[in-house]
Ligand binder design. Structure first.
Ligand SMILES: [Zn+2]
Length: 173
């Protein structure tokens, strides 16, 4: 087990790795990173959520990362990032994003695509107390390419647009 609620299979599973017969086995250092992220972010979140959280992707070894065309700077390659999804329906991705943002320490978190109400999934990373940036981004597609924006600026731009658009109506929420 990587932690109380994350099995080794969940932490290393990948459809692509299975299809290509890749082992996707973390080194001891990467496994320690995964355990730290699990203890500092996943397990406290899991306790608040009160039920299972789907892990879409956690560790990506060099072979797997190459096979999926991932960035070689991806924190998944060091076991320092996990992608979580709300498919089990206990809390939404947006609720989990906000819980982590407001209650936990992390390095970088990404509101991955979706819309302004809910991202398609949440990417969150953890490095160590001295290096964690507590940085929130939003990922979106523009002209077919993935782009990133500062989450707070993006959120505020939506909120101010909302207030402008309902300026003559009774409420803004
Ligand atoms: Zn990710």
């Amino acid at each position: 087990m990587i932690s109380k609620h994350i099995s080794m299979r969940e932490g290393t599973y990948s459809v692509t790795a299975t299809r290509l017969g890749l082992e996707n086995k973390p080194t001891e250092e990467h496994l320690n990173n995964m355990k730290l992220l699990a203890v500092k972010v996943f397990e406290p979140l899991r306790e608040w959520v009160g039920g299972p959280i789907r892990i879409n992707s956690f560790y990506r070894g060099p072979e797997l990362n190459k096979a999926i065309g991932g960035s070689n700077k991806s924190q998944h390659c060091h076991g320092q990032a996990v992608d979580i999804d709300d498919v089990y329906g206990h809390k939404t991705n947006a609720e989990m994003f906000n819980y982590i943002k407001d209650n936990l320490e992390f390095d970088q978190m990404i509101w991955e695509f979706g819309d302004s109400k809910n991202p398609d999934w949440v990417h969150v990373s953890y490095v160590n107390p001295g290096e964690n940036r507590n940085r929130c981004l939003v990922a979106f597609r523009k002209d077919g390419r993935t782009q990133y924006a500062n989450y707070a600026a993006w959120y505020n731009s939506i909120f101010s647009f909302c207030c402008v658009s309902v300026h003559n109506k009774t409420s803004c929420n």
